[in-house]
Design a protein around this ligand. Structure first.
Ligand SMILES: *Cc1c(COP(=O)(O)O)cnc(C)c1O
Length: 398
């Protein structure tokens, strides 16, 4: 049978065709007026995408570059920081903070779970300079309570900054960045922005900018204050990934169209779309007798589905690829073999979701060798869709 390659991975995600066309046609030099106009427009639109009035930077690097900068710019060696970790990306915060010589306090919960706000409250002392957390832990499919955590951090005083890795959270989760007082919120191009890897973005509070005046950790490429000065003139300090800026401009236009001309409304529609696809997927998996890896606080960004007992999930991943050319993610690190992860971040629609659930039925039947009730997952997902949307068309893919 004919096969189309399809990504269901939590980054990179499927590309928006209009963004691909925009980047293919692009050849502006980065120090020209035309490029500066594009650069400034992208930064301004990104504020609406993130939902903030704070200054935003878009840097040429993968997401981890801005994670690293959010440690090097906000801390000095020896500073006490609190890292909340519940998976591979939380562990990345821990490792980065240690790399820059921070005195790392850790709250660590088992994979698949989220934090207790009480425990965070107890650990928050006035000497903690920054709190690092994920909005959605892409390695486990968990959503953390960023609003609840923000309240606690803000109550701890202005000397404690809150840094949120929302690389899979932006575009899949509703945030009130300024209202909650998030000091840095970080996103990446290869997630809900529907373009290739290579750009990372972040919004910075005035508290965060002020902190950067006094911190002593070394930084050069990721010197955010230098980038902020350049951004005010429509430039980046070094050569930006120019064609990706063209792609990002087109992607932001697409999100604006989803909101009928209002980018913030488009972002909300994109989040609702991910929520619905995730709910359909959870219902579909359960209808097949499968269990979720993160049942108590599942993210809309992705759904982590446990492999049936005694089965290595690698066999599922392989059969999805071999027979359907569908790329789903395996577990990461110690979780490899235990689960498959199916993403809903960005450019996914109803048919993608129904399609991957239909394929899941075939994959399970083959890999387990047990009979599967064909249509069970699809039916459960259709019921969720019918109830949630009451026939309203979904907006992604318009
Ligand atoms: C994808 C992702 C990252 C960024 O990884 P890069 O490979 O550096 O782009 C960071 N955090 C989370 C939660 C992610 O999903």
């Amino acid at each position: 049978m004919l096969l189309k390659n399809r990504l269901f991975t939590p980054g990179p995600t499927p590309l928006l065709p209009a963004a691909q066309t925009a980047m293919a046609a692009f050849s502006l030099h980065h120090r020209t007026a035309d490029f500066k106009a594009l650069f400034s427009r992208v930064l301004s639109d990104m504020k609406d995408f993130i939902g903030t009035k704070n200054d935003v930077l878009v840097l040429s690097c993968s997401g981890t570059g801005v994670l690293e900068g959010s440690v090097s710019n906000l801390t000095s060696p020896g500073d006490k920081v609190l890292v909340l970790t519940a998976g591979k990306f939380g562990e990345r915060w821990r490792d980065l903070a240690k790399t820059y010589g921070c005195n790392v306090e850790l709250i660590s919960v088992p994979y698949g779970e989220t934090f207790s706000l009480d425990e965070i409250k107890q650990k928050l002392t006035p000497d903690i300079k920054a709190v690092y957390v994920q909005a959605t832990e892409s390695s486990t499919g968990v959503r953390h309570d960023v609003q609840g955590i923000s309240k606690l951090v803000r109550a701890n005083g202005d000397d404690t900054l809150l840094v949120v890795d929302a690389i899979t959270g932006l575009g899949t989760t509703h945030f009130d960045v300024d209202g909650w007082g998030i000091d840095i919120i970080i996103g990446g191009s290869q997630k809900a922005l529907m373009i290739p890897p290579g750009l990372a973005n972040a919004a910075f509070s005035e508290r965060a900018w002020k902190r950067m005046d006094t911190t002593k950790s070394p930084r050069y490429y990721f010197d955010f204050r230098k980038e902020r000065k350049n951004a005010a003139k429509g430039e980046s300090a070094y050569t930006p990934a120019t064609s990706l800026f063209a792609a990002l401009g087109a992607a932001l236009d697409f999100v604006r169209q989803m909101g009928a001309g209002d980018l913030a409304a488009g972002r909300k529609a994109l989040v609702d779309n991910a929520e619905l696809a995730a709910e359909m997927t959870r219902a579909g998996a359960k209808a097949l007798g499968l269990t979720l890896f993160a049942p108590t606080a599942p993210a809309a960004a992705l759904t982590a589905i446990n492999a049936p007992a005694g089965l290595d999930s690698s066999a599922l991943v392989k059969d999805f690829r071999d027979r359907f050319s569908a790329v789903v993610a395996n577990g990461q690190g110690d979780m490899k073999g235990k689960m498959i992860r199916v993403a809903h971040i960005g450019y996914y629609d109803y048919l993608d979701t129904i399609g991957i659930l239909g394929a899941l039925e075939h994959v399970l039947a083959k890999v387990t060798g047990k009979p599967v009730e064909y249509g069970a997952a699809v039916k459960a997902a259709q019921q969720v869709y019918a109830q949630a949307s009451a026939g309203k068309p979904q907006l992604v893919g318009v």
